[in-house]
Design a binder for this molecule. Structure first.
Ligand SMILES: C[S@@+](CC[C@H](N)C(=O)[O-])C[C@H]1O[C@@H](n2cnc3c(N)ncnc32)[C@H](O)[C@@H]1O
Ligand code: SF4
Length: 362
């Protein structure tokens, strides 16, 4: 595998590889991702199936690799590294691993660095003890501080923090304190997500804990203010970074780039064709071991669908859209503002109503 050095990935067409790791120690009751808490005995076989899927996919060089989950940091380092070594990475490739703070130690992060991982993303969610309990998380504030220190000691220049706002019992002051405590750690990248009620989750069936739209709007605007003041710039509705620390892999999604998903439930895209793998690790492994594609389904976007989706994605970023792409823009006062070269982009308030603005796209 090429080392993820300072070498430039320029000159190689952008192409991403996403690897799904479907194992968690415990399921957070708001989470609907494809992940299981009782299957760690499958890890070795699962990693082997991922390597086999990669071998048969015969992919071009990846400019970004993203290990997502589930909890990739629960996978023993040698297994994650064995998958990474099976991926042809372009010089200077970005390689991200999602980590739960309580699962990392120096040996794990050193192994990642040694194998070419360039970025870790910690699922922090909150720094307030009662909010972490409400979200059903296993870690505490101290383990976040410890994980950030370990990432710095391992030499990670780029790392990120995932936050969630709007949990039951979280006040605006709790959210402010979370943002401030995270900013003390100087993360180069922060993702802040509004807690979403996913159908079928325990959270969905407990209405008393459903988030309030106005409360989440206030919290979004506070995030924009505090993160911006700390030098983290908005580059997608839920994402802020210092210059040069944007997540290249996610930018590929937002620019309709091509990527290949490896593992169960992983999604792929190739010039308008989208497909996804079967959802459970058992069905995935059985298909790959039988030499069959682990295909769960597929769809083809028409050029019109692809065009509209491209506009919707671009609208969520500071690039915005061509002014001509928004009909009746005069009705969107306060929600959009002028960007460069005849383009319009969302204001912070507009980002709260991005779906309304997107309804004006043509
Ligand atoms: C699927 S998780 C995987 C990474 C890791 N296991 C973790 O929990 O941090 C990625 C991120 O998705 C976000 N997330 C998952 N479910 C969500 C929900 N219902 N609402 C908002 N954010 C959610 C969390 O911020 C989480 O960090
Ligand atoms: S949020 Fe992360 S740790 Fe919690 S169940 Fe989902 S993938 Fe697992």
């Amino acid at each position: 595998m090429s080392s993820a050095s300072a070498a430039s990935a320029l000159g190689v067409p952008p192409f991403g590889v996403y690897v799904h790791i479907p194992f968690c120690a415990r399921r957070c009751d708001y989470c609907a991702f494809a992940t299981w808490t009782d299957r760690s005995h499958l890890m070795e076989r699962y990693a082997s199936a991922c390597r086999r899927e990669l071998a048969s996919a015969d992919l071009g060089p990846a400019t970004s690799v993203f290990f997502g989950g589930g909890t990739p940091s629960l996978l023993p380092a040698h297994l994650l590294v064995s998958i990474l070594r099976s991926i042809d990475t372009a010089p200077g490739a970005e390689v991200t691993v999602e980590c739960n703070p309580e699962t990392v130690d120096a040996a794990l992060l050193d192994a990642y660095v040694g194998a070419g991982v360039t970025r870790v993303s910690f699922g922090v969610q909150s720094m307030a003890a009662h909010v972490l309990v409400a979200l059903g998380r296993e870690h505490d504030r101290e383990s976040v501080v410890r994980a950030a220190g370990l990432a710095a000691a391992a030499g990670f220049q780029s790392w990120s923090v995932d936050l969630i706002y709007g949990a039951a019992g979280e006040s605006l002051d709790d959210w402010r304190a979370t943002l401030e405590a995270v900013l003390v750690l100087e993360p180069p990248h922060v993702s802040a997500y509004a807690l979403t009620v996913e159908p079928g989750t325990p959270l969905a069936s407990d209405r008393a804990r459903h988030p309030d739209d106005d409360d989440q709007a206030d919290k979004y605007l506070l995030a924009e203010e505090l993160l911006g003041r700390a030098g983290l710039e908005w580059y997608e509705i839920s994402n802020w970074s210092r210059p040069g620390h944007q997540c290249r892999h996610n930018q590929l999604y937002w620019r309709q780039g091509d990527y290949q998903g490896i593992g169960c439930a992983a999604h792929s895209h190739d010039r308008g064709r989208r497909w996804w793998n079967v959802r459970t690790p058992e069905r995935y492994m059985a298909a790959v071991e039988a030499g069959a594609p682990p295909l769960g389904g597929e769809e083809h976007l028409t050029p019109e669908e692809s065009h509209l989706e491209g506009l919707q994605l671009s609208l969520r970023t500071p690039a915005g859209v061509d002014a001509a792409a928004l009909r009746e823009a005069e009705q969107l006062e306060g929600l959009v503002e002028e960007a460069d070269e005849g383009r319009l982009r969302l204001t912070p308030r507009g980002r709260l109503l991005a779906n309304v603005v997107a309804g004006h796209l043509r």
